[in-house]
Design a protein. Structure first.
Length: 459
């Protein structure tokens, strides 16, 4: 419509011409459009039940709240998300620049660059004793995507999946995506958050729909580590059955036991045929934003997952893969020095938390998380553990906050705990615990926060 009630309309030649429109006709057109607008109700296709019930990793939700508060001027000590505060390792950065300069900016094989897959296979052989070849390796954007692919490869509706809880929050939605049912077994502080072998045996021997087991050691959020003997016993129970294991191993270089070495169940005899191992560069090489990871599994499973990558992601950018290759080949010393700094941060945070009344905390056997039990504090204040975490961020003080996660973010077995990551400078870790110690004494502020957020009241 042009000014003055003039419309464009096509002529036979395809060139537009104009035709004046009487004012009364223009008025009738406007009224007709208004009536249609009033009578038409905007409608969109309904979402699936799965989409409507989809849950997410709460750390990213809390991160969004923390950043909003920071943008408004609040000083937030960010201990909620498992991201490295250190720079990406040096050879990885240089290799990415070189790859871009060399024109490696196009599609590549869905399974990953052959030279990268070869490097991965040699690395897991040398570091973890996994008897892998290039045919056992697929490359993906981080480790998380392989949860989805594992479930698509092995699970059918109604299948039962054993998951230890507290659990990484994306395990459940990926299991339920396939119509399978997670069966939760608690990890207990009094057992150093190690896996319950008897529960695995009962699941394998007695659950008629048993189909898969999810392992995650070193464990997020508790910091527990399965011992070499634990893994041997699990392998002995599962070997030869129709049960597949998803072994999530992103913290493979963050083991703080006296031995200081990561053990993978994929290294146990015969288990490479029954397991999918997921690894990432996010933690060890401070490459979380690069989205680079890999899967180790049997060649037949790798080929199936290759089809899944092909039909969903196409491939991981080749310059990212070349960065990962360089990290594996040249950055082990820098990686190990960074891991030592992480260990110091964990020890510092634990020692500070042990000074807080009514807090019980173990020295984690791995990861860069600390998972203190705060149940007595929650009972005294009448607040859930995630409510306590959100209070520390939003309600304890106008000028400062501490971002962390309540244990419920990792399932019912996490109730009464809080997860702190160590992704801040050392002095900020000390400040965070000092803030926490003081905040739990501000009972009037807790009451005000609960009045404004009743969902966090402890029932």
């Amino acid at each position: 419509m042009l000014p003055g009630g003039v419309d464009f309309f096509p002529t036979l030649s395809g060139l537009p011409t104009t035709r004046p429109q009487p004012a009364c006709a223009l008025g009738r057109t406007l009224v007709r459009h208004q009536i249609v607008a009033l009578t038409m109700t905007p409608k969109m296709p309904s979402l699936s039940q799965f989409a409507q019930g989809l849950t997410t990793e709460t750390a990213f939700d809390v991160l969004a709240v923390a950043r909003k508060l920071m943008a408004a001027g609040k000083d937030v000590i960010a201990l909620q998300i498992g991201d490295s505060p250190f720079p990406t390792t040096a050879h990885a950065i240089r290799a990415a620049h070189a790859a871009i300069d060399a024109g490696l900016t196009r599609y590549c094989p869905s399974l990953g660059l052959p030279e990268f897959r070869e490097t991965i296979a040699r690395t897991v052989q040398a570091e973890f004793g996994i008897p892998a070849t290039i045919d056992h390796v697929a490359v993906g954007p981080g480790a998380k995507i392989f949860e989805t692919y594992f479930c698509e490869a092995f699970l059918e509706p109604g299948d039962a999946v054993l998951v230890f809880q507290p659990a990484f929050p994306t395990f459940e939605p990926n299991i339920r995506r396939r119509g399978a049912q997670p069966l939760y077994v608690p990890l207990k502080q009094e057992n150093q958050f190690r896996p319950d072998i008897a529960a695995i045996e009962a699941f394998v021997r007695s659950e008629p729909k048993a189909r898969a087991i999810f392992l995650n050691f070193p464990h997020n959020p508790t910091g527990g580590v399965a011992t070499h003997d634990d893994l041997r016993r699990i392998a002995d129970i599962v070997r030869g059955t129709n049960i597949a294991i998803f072994s999530d191993e992103p913290y493979c270089h963050m083991v703080w036991t006296p031995e200081g070495r990561h053990h993978s169940i994929l290294a146990e005899p015969g288990m490479l045929d029954q397991c999918v191992g997921a690894f990432t560069f996010s933690k060890s090489y401070s490459m979380s934003g690069w989205r680079c990871g890999y899967m180790v599994a049997s060649p037949s499973v790798v080929q199936v997952v290759g089809k899944m990558i092909n039909t969903s992601l196409s491939c991981v950018p080749p310059m990212v893969q070349m960065a990962g290759k360089a990290a594996l080949e040249h950055d082990a010393a820098e990686r190990d020095a960074t891991m030592a700094l992480f260990r110091q941060k964990v020890e510092l945070l634990v020692n500070e938390l042990r000074k807080v009344p009514d807090v019980t905390v173990l020295m984690p056997a791995g990861t860069f998380y600390v998972f203190p039990r705060v149940e007595p504090i929650c009972r005294r204040l009448g607040i859930t553990s995630h409510g306590l975490a959100m209070y520390l961020l939003e309600g304890a003080d106008e000028q400062r906050g501490v971002a962390c996660l309540g244990g419920e973010c990792f399932g019912a077995a996490g109730q009464g705990f809080i997860r702190f990551s160590c992704a801040e400078p050392d002095e900020r870790l000390v400040q965070a615990v000092d803030f926490f110690r003081d905040a739990i004494t501000r009972t009037e502020r807790v009451k005000a926060y609960l009045a404004a957020h009743p969902k966090y009241r402890l029932c």
